[in-house]
Structure formats: structure tokens, C-alpha cells
Design a protein around this ligand. Structure first.
Ligand code: FAD
Ligand code: NAP
Length: 584
């Protein structure tokens, strides 16, 4: 909640700067304690109104000019309204994106150089070139420590969403084999169904990826974006050094830059870490990984563990603390519970202390035990790829703790240098988020728009064996904001019709709708079941438009589907009644 409040308040103050040009300057900062904030304010007074949005410990506070404490964000806003009157005419783009990005009148080779040709970089480059900008885009893949490389398109296309979803689909097919028998296909025993061939799956997946790589290269040519397969780093705020695969160095200059370099998997940080592979290697492994340990407990770890197990291999997941940090607790445990029931083993409250090669196995040691695996996958998060970018030479500030880049509306502290996608501080690391940011930034810089990204209310889905999709608040967060008495949680267990004939399992699927009792608005939706991504996105539109619980339940569903369960939900947790669904 605090992070969300801070971000929201920061966005409001950034907008005020834009609405009161020349009268209001916003500084968006995080401080360790109140004392350091006071010291900073005292040493840095401006003759203008200066609004400071500060995050200190767990408080979001606003201050104005002469160290006057205003209270919360709303109070800050009211003060500005009272003292600065009605807002002036908004600054024209591109200043609308943040601090004035003034043309210095110098001549550069390109209007804009984009560093990174992943989801965000590609989206921006195409849009900007279409709007008439002279664009160059660098994309260079540094091989993983195991030597894996790939083509143009970034993480999502090569080592992320695309191969992950395809392999998840392969794993779901395995389940369909079980189901098929009940539907009248084959009389054979399940064991006689064809065995899965990992290498053939990898071949098909990699062929598809190569076709996407090729497609992007064609698009770059067609859109007249100069694509450079080179690694870039800043020499000064308007100059990059580029290095190609042969080590040939050149320089390139531009009026503006966009940093869209994404991130790379974190190493395990224990002796023997080099024995572990990561998601960068998994999707092109020539042979099946065999008995696998996945270290980590978030999106990447659970998705990879899920499909590897679904393809018939033995899998354990080593969990340091909780599953899916940041997600709804109840839903996360249900995701894990289903995986466990299907045969994925969870080694809880453990972290690898050492990895050792023993014959052709990897022996993993942790606090209370050790075990041999064929493959260990490190899935403990990703580091932004900012270390060797020369950002200090360009004057771009980097967050010391995470290595990510703070920005307001994708604009860094250096007005002509922008950043988006996974490299941004405090924003969701998702492909559609990076793409939206790329499109809207280009529109603001080159097409006169002032539309900014709504980083809140983003739908997401975890593609675990039982998929989990959600939008809005978690139940914990909703209780924190609204209080137990201000919130109703409607929930239901359900069994998809498709599964009734074949699975005969308990009602593993589950959904819940969180409702703010003060205005009946839906503040969170959570769905655990098949096709979660397809289900949740449509509701995401209604959610963004401020749907009430009545809007939801007065919508006539489509029968028989799983998504209709959202329109039928009527049992509250408060009622204590069973959420188990019976009948159709
Ligand atoms: P990236 O796509 O990472 O692109 C950055 C590019 O910049 C890379 O090609 C990199 O090689 C290049 N580069 C880096 N440094 C330089 C340099 N100095 N010079 C030149 N080039 C450079 N998101 C979803 O929405 N749905 C999913 O299902 C999903 N699944 C995922 C599964 C996995 C296993 C992983 C790892 C991620 C997944 N994501 C998913 C997240 C998604 O892939 C990222 O959010 C998205 O790719 C970020 O885009 P980006 O443009 O910020 O960076
Ligand atoms: P992540 O969300 O940052 O999670 C890291 C996980 O590793 C957490 O479970 C964390 O546990 C654990 N961990 C961290 N350090 C550890 C250590 N030293 N030892 C053991 N465990 C450790 O990372 P991710 O799963 O790699 O995902 C990265 C991003 O990619 C996500 O934020 C997501 O946005 C994106 N992504 C999206 C999708 C999708 O849309 N379906 C799929 C994959 C990835 P703690 O909780 O204890 O910190």
C-alpha cells in the first residue's frame, strides 16, 4: 500500500509540475528517516513552491517550500490548489513527460537512440520512427554464463513469456492425455500414450522464436529504424560507445536516449553457483533436465517447476520464505497446494549453501540436508542490466539497492534520457507494461500526446499448472486499507465442466472478489483455474472503469464457462457459509 501511495502521490506531484509550469517544482525522494529529509529541505530551498513527496519508513508525506509539513498527499494537493490557484495551460509535449527536455540546438546523428531491443525498446522504436523520428536501436545479447545466446526481441520472445507459455502448453497437453480416455479416446492404459520428447519440443519452440527474431529484423527495416547488433554504453550524456561481436568500437550521438536494457537472472550467490542454469538456458536445453531443483518461489520458479513436472520429470522447489511474494497469500498457497498435490515437492524455509559436482549429478547442500539433482535452476529474481552502461558518465541516477533507474513518467533525472521496462524502479516487470510505456512515451515525445502509463491496476497471470490471474488489491492489502468491517470477500470453489468427466477432483479452482463496502466498488479480483489470463483481462477493463459488485453480478454470464463464476459469486467469507459450488 505504501509503495502504491508513494507512487500515486509522486505521480500527482509530477503532474502538478506540468500543470503549474514555472510555478511548481516537484522533488520525488525516498529518505531513510525524517531527520535526513528535514536536513535536505533546509539545505535546498527554492524561490518557487517546491513540493516534496517523501517516503520515510512507512509514511508518505508531503512538504511545501519553507519546510512546512502538510500531512498526507491529499493535504499537499489541497495546499497547492489554494496557493497556486487554477492550473495553467499544460505544457506541450514533450515536456509533459516530466522535467523540460529542451533542445540544445546541437546536431546529432539520431533524434533518439534506443538501448535494448526487447518488448519496450522495440515498441518505442517502431512508434517513434513511424512518427518521423530518426531512430537507431541497439540490441546485443551477452551470452549467459552457460554460453546461451539468442536473437532480436529481448527476454519475452527468447527466454521469457513465449517459450514459457509454449512449454506450459506442452505440460497441459500431458494432462489432456489423461482426460482423453474418459472422453472415449483410446482404450490403452495411460502409460502407452506417447512419451514426451524434450528435444523435439525445444526444436519446435526454438523454430518459432527464430521466426519471431526474423520478423523483428524485417520490421526494423520496414519501419526505417537503424538496427545495430551492438552493445552500447554512455561516454557522455549525448554519446554512446558501441561494441560489436568482433570487438569493433564506434561512437554514436543522439539528441535523446531511451534505456530499455531489461534484466538478467541473479546467480545463486553460493559456492558452486556456476553449476546452476537459469531460465536463460532452460528453454534451449538440448536434453530434458532430468531430476530438477528449482531455487526460488515466485513467477519464474513456480512456472518452470510446473511445466517441467507436467512433462513427467521429478521436480523440487526450494522456497526461502513464502510463495509468490506480493500476491494474495491465500491464492498463493492454493497455487502451491495444487502443485504439491500433483507431485511437485517443496523444500520450505531453505536456501542452497553449496553446490558440488558429484559424478554427473549436482549435489545441493542446505541447512538441514543435501540431495543430488541432474539440473539446478536458479530462479531467484533478476538484476537490471545497468552495471556496464556508463550511466555515471551520462549523469543518470541509479537506485543503489536495486541497480534500477528511478524515473517520473519514464524520464530519468537527465531530462533527455528516458528509461522503461524491467529496468525501471518500482514498476511491474511485465511485457505489456514495457510495450505500453514505449508506445505512450513515443506519442508524448513525437506525436503531441500527454497520456501517461497507468502502472496501477495491471492484470497479471502466473502460468502455474493451475493458472492464477488477478487484478487489483490482495485481501491483505484490502483489509489494511478498508479494515475488516469495510470489506466483503465474495468467494467460490468450482470445478470446470470440462474436468467433471475426466478429473473427478475436488473443487481446486477458486475465485474471489474483494468489495469496498463504503461504495460497493470491486477493489480486487483473483482467479485460480484454467485459462486465467484469458479470464482476468476482460474483467480488468471493467475494473479500470470502476466496476461495482452489482455491475459484476448483474452481468449475464456465458454458460457453461469458468469465467461466468465471477458473475455468479454470492457467498461472503463473513457469512461463514461454504464456498463449495454444487450443481451447474
Ligand atoms: P527485455 O525484453 O529484457 O529487453 C532488453 C534487451 O536489451 C535485451 O535484448 C538485452 O540483450 C538488450 N541489452 C541489454 N543491455 C544492452 C546494451 N548495453 N546494449 C545493447 N543491448 C542491450 N512477462 C509477461 O508479461 N508475461 C509472461 O508470461 C512473462 N513470462 C516471463 C517468463 C520468464 C522466464 C521471464 C524471465 C520473464 C517473463 N516475463 C513475462 C517478463 C518479461 O519478459 C519482461 O517484463 C520484458 O521482457 C521486459 O522488457 P524490456 O523491454 O524491459 O527488456
Ligand atoms: P522475483 O519475482 O523477484 O522473485 C524472486 C524469488 O526468488 C522470490 O521467491 C524470492 O524469495 C526468491 N529469492 C530471492 N533471493 C533468494 C535467495 N538468495 N535464495 C533463495 N531464494 C531467493 O523474480 P522472478 O520470479 O525471477 O520474476 C522476475 C519478474 O519477471 C517478475 O517480477 C515478473 O514480473 C516477471 N515475470 C512475469 C511472468 C508472468 O507474467 N507470468 C512470468 C515470469 C516472470 P523471497 O520472497 O524470500 O524474497
Amino acid at each position: 500500500m505504501i509503495q502504491r501511495d508513494f507512487q500515486k502521490t509522486a505521480n500527482v506531484f509530477a503532474a502538478l509540475e506540468h500543470l503549474y509550469p514555472g510555478k511548481f517544482v516537484a522533488d520525488i525522494c525516498e529518505f531513510d528517516n525524517e531527520q535526513s529529509l528535514r536536513k535536505w529541505i533546509a539545505s535546498d530551498l527554492l524561490p518557487l513552491f517546491k513540493g516534496t513527496v517523501a517516503k520515510i519508513d512507512d509514511l508518505v508525506v508531503t512538504w511545501v517550500d519553507d519546510s512546512r509539513y502538510l500531512g498526507d498527499a491529499q493535504a499537499g494537493l489541497a495546499f497547492v490548489r489554494e496557493h497556486l490557484g487554477a492550473p495553467g495551460k499544460a505544457l506541450a509535449a514533450p515536456q509533459a513527460a516530466g522535467k523540460p527536455d529542451v533542445d540544445d540546438g546541437q546536431t546529432y546523428e539520431f533524434d533518439v537512440v534506443v538501448i535494448g531491443g526487447g518488448s519496450g525498446g522495440l515498441a518505442f522504436s517502431k512508434r517513434a520512427a513511424r512518427a518521423g523520428a530518426n531512430v537507431a536501436m541497439l540490441d546485443f545479447v551477452k551470452p549467459s554464463p552457460h554460453g546461451t545466446k539468442w536473437g532480436l526481441g529481448g527476454t519475452c520472445v527468447n527466454v521469457g513469456c513465449i517459450p514459457k507459455k509454449l512449454m506450459h502448453t506442452a505440460a497441459l497437453m500431458q494432462e489432456s492425455f489423461h482426460a482423453a480416455k474418459s472422453y472415449g479416446f483410446g482404450q490403452e492404459d495411460y502409460n502407452s500414450w506417447p512419451k514426451h520428447e524434450w528435444s523435439r519440443m525445444v526444436g519446435s519452440v526454438q523454430d518459432h522464436i527464430k521466426s519471431l527474431n526474423f520478423g523483428y529484423r524485417v520490421q526494423m527495416r520496414e519501419e526505417k529504424v537503424k538496427y545495430l547488433n551492438k552493445l552500447g554504453s554512455f561516454l557522455d550524456p549525448h554519446t554512446l560507445q558501441t561494441v560489436d561481436s568482433k570487438g569493433v568500437k564506434e561512437t554514436i550521438t543522439a539528441r535523446r536516449f531511451l534505456i530499455a536494457v531489461g534484466g538478467r537472472p541473479k546467480p545463486l550467490g553460493c559456492p558452486g553457483e556456476e553449476l546452476a542454469i537459469s531460465s536463460d538456458d532452460l528453454f534451449s536445453l538440448p536434453e530434458a533436465p532430468g531430476k530438477t531443483l528449482v531455487v526460488g518461489a515466485s513467477y519464474v520458479a513456480l512456472e518452470c517447476a510446473g511445466f517441467i513436472h507436467g512433462l513427467g520429470l521429478e521436480v523440487a522447489v526450494m522456497v526461502r520464505s513464502i510463495l509468490l511474494r506480493g500476491f494474495d497469500r491465500d491464492m498463493s498457497e492454493r497455487v502451491g497446494g495444487y502443485m504439491e498435490r500433483k507431485g511437485v515437492r517443496f523444500i520450505r524455509e531453505a536456501q542452497p549453501q553449496k553446490l558440488e559436482k558429484v559424478g554427473d549429478k549436482i549435489r545441493v547442500f542446505w541447512g538441514t540436508g543435501s540431495e543430488d539433482f541432474d539440473t539446478v535452476i536458479a530462479a531467484i529474481g533478476r538484476d537490471p542490466d545497468t552495471k556496464h552502461l556508463g550511466l555515471d558518465k551520462a549523469g543518470v541516477i541509479v537506485d543503489g539497492k536495486t541497480g534500477k533507474i528511478p524515473a517520473v513518467n519514464e524520464q530519468t533525472n537527465v531530462p533527455h534520457i528516458y528509461a522503461l521496462g524491467d529496468v525501471l524502479l518500482g514498476k511491474p516487470e511485465l511485457t505489456p507494461v514495457a510495450i505500453q510505456a514505449g508506445k505512450l512515451l513515443s506519442d508524448r515525445l513525437y506525436s503531441g500526446s500527454s497520456e501517461t502509463v497507468d502502472y496501477d491496476r495491471v492484470c497479471t497471470t502466473v502460468f502455474t499448472p493451475l493458472e492464477y490471474g488477478c487484478v487489483g488489491w490482495t485481501e491483505e492489502h484490502a483489509k489494511e486499507v478498508l479494515g475488516e468491517d469495510g470489506l466483503d470477500v465474495y468467494h467460490t470453489n468450482f470445478l470446470p465442466l470440462e474436468w467433471t468427466v475426466s478429473h473427478g477432483e475436488p473443487n481446486d479452482c477458486y475465485l474471489k472478489v474483494l468489495v469496498d463496502l463504503s461504495n460497493q466498488k470491486v477493489v480486487g479480483m483473483h482467479y485460480l483455474g484454467p485459462n486465467a489470463g484469458e479470464v482476468i483481462l476482460g474483467y480488468g477493463v471493467a475494473f479500470r472503469l470502476g466496476m461495482t459488485f452489482k455491475d459484476l453480478t448483474s452481468t449475464i454470464g456465458i454458460h457453461p464457462t469458468t469465467t461466468e463464476e465471477f458473475t455468479l459469486v454470492n457467498i461472503t467469507k463473513r457469512s461463514g457459509k461454504s464456498p463449495e459450488k454444487t450443481g451447474c
